[in-house]
Ligand binder design. Structure first.
Ligand SMILES: *Cc1c(COP(=O)(O)O)cnc(C)c1O
Length: 453
């Protein structure tokens, strides 16, 4: 695409397009970055620059760009049946096949799925489903859902309410009633100087204290991401999840796990639940379920809640595009490729450990206070002083400076405050991992120069 075309698009974009999660004035000063095409783990912008996509789009393009199997599955389905719904005692072949395929992949004894169009819609579904479930059990007072500060569960009213992003709550009067938050298990950010094991237990036991404070008879569910994604790739200490699961069982609280990022191989397992030994009652999936080629979400439902829903009369809930046939066809093709090419095994035994080993080598950089990761997701913390992990003052914008240097070098790396995060396509090769880590180090060097001027 010629350069003129890029700036023409930027002008049209500024004139007509309001963007999600964007400060419009800041965007208009710079002009939007126009991403034009993709192949494998690479993107090309409108000026022809090649960029290694270290974020797999928004944590979703797990098989990389340009996969013929997914494209052809979509095309075949568009010809056969481009749309039909699942309401009112109807199904279509791809939704049924996908539900059965997922049942064979889900952790624990989960055997049912409810389709949606996105991760946010999964979490809206969760709120309605758990409250409906308890009402069907004759316990309508069990309404409160406990989540965590700095969690991300999407951007609809329920998704943003379950999420713990304060700036999101401040816009639009959230959270919704009967959604409360406890602290996150973010050791680097909130537990400096404490033993990680003890810190993990302490954060988990906040759940117990919150349940007792509210009264266990009022609490419906606890929801969390196994590893917080948008919050900054926050990996809890190993003591955290077993204690959370114990508390949920002891007080008969439903456990809801949001696997929208972690699911479909990101951690080197089909689901992070397997890594942490979790047996959730409900589990949210989206993003990697189609490698982002089509919008789709699904809530996996364990036997307890499924039984309640099946016996509970009509559940007045669903979306026009829930389980869209083209999205389901793409999801089936996506899962077939993942199985044929043993993608999850490769992340578990080969590329995941390789990325983690290379990523950990960045820890010696003067700007880096910590590196962490699992499978093909990782983070590093930018600090002003390594000796005490002191942060830069927020207004320096160290994370944004680093992110912009990454773009300049042809790498997408995301900044969450001063935490730099990556989540590359699961098909990334060792050579491409080398390129990613080399570019990250060069970006850190440039960031160091910028910040010390
Ligand atoms: C992205 C995300 C969501 C929201 O999914 P959308 O498809 O953007 O609605 C929910 N939960 C988690 C953990 C996510 O990362």
């Amino acid at each position: 695409m010629p350069e003129q075309q890029g700036s023409r698009l930027q002008q049209l974009d500024a004139a007509h397009h309001l963007h999600p999660f964007t400060d419009s004035q800041a965007l208009h000063r710079k002009g939007a970055r126009v991403i034009d095409r993709g192949e494998g783990v690479y993107l090309w912008d409108a000026d022809g620059n090649r960029i290694l996509d270290g974020m797999a789009g928004l944590w979703c393009v797990n098989l990389g760009y340009g996969r013929e199997e997914l494209i052809q599955a979509a095309e075949r389905q568009l010809r056969q049946l481009p749309y039909y719904n699942l309401f009112f005692q109807t199904t279509h072949p791809r939704a049924t096949e996908l539900a059965a395929t997922l049942a064979g992949l889900l952790p624990g004894d989960m055997q049912h799925v409810f389709f949606t169009g996105s991760g946010s819609e999964c979490n809206d579904t969760v709120v309605r489903m758990v409250r409906h479930y308890w009402a069907v059990q004759g316990r309508p007072e069990r309404k409160v859902i406990i989540s965590r500060h700095n969690a991300y569960h999407g951007s609809t009213l329920a998704g943003a309410s379950l999420g713990g992003m304060k700036p999101m709550h401040a816009q639009g009067g959230l959270p919704l009633p009967d959604i409360v938050h406890i602290d996150q298990p973010y050791h680097f950010g909130e537990g400096q100087g404490q033993d990680p094991h003890a810190f993990g237990l302490e954060r988990a036991r906040q759940l117990e204290r919150k349940i007792l404070e509210l009264g266990p008879e009022r609490v419906a569910a606890f929801i969390a991401e196994p590893i917080q994604g948008a919050g900054g790739v926050i990996i809890p200490p190993d003591s955290y999840w077993p204690e959370i699961q114990r508390i949920c069982r002891q007080y008969d609280i439903l456990l809801v796990v949001d696997e929208v990022i972690c699911g479909f191989g990101r951690t080197g397992h089909w689901f992070a639940c397997e890594h942490y030994g979790l047996e959730p009652d409900l589990m949210c999936m989206a993003k990697g379920i189609t490698s982002g080629y089509m919008p789709l979400g699904a809530v996996a439902v364990g036997p307890r809640v499924a039984g309640g829903l099946i016996d509970g009369g009509e559940f007045f809930h669903g979306f026009t595009y829930s389980g869209h046939p083209v999205a389901c066809a793409v999801a089936l093709a996506n899962i077939a490729v993942m199985r044929d090419e043993k993608i999850v095994e490769r992340v578990h035994t080969d590329t995941g450990p390789y990325l983690q080993q290379r990523w950990a080598s960045l820890a010696d950089h003067p700007l880096v206070g910590e590196t962490r990761g699992l499978g093909l997701v990782a983070a590093l913390e930018l600090v002003a002083d390594k000796s005490d992990n002191r942060r830069f003052p927020g207004e320096r914008g160290a994370g944004v400076i680093c992110r912009e240097h990454c773009f300049g070098l042809g790498l997408v790396m995301r900044a969450v405050g001063d935490t730099m995060i990556i989540s590359p396509p699961l098909v990334i090769s060792r050579a491409e991992i080398d390129e990613l880590v080399d570019k990250a180090r060069r970006a850190l060097d440039l960031t160091y120069q910028t910040l010390n001027h």
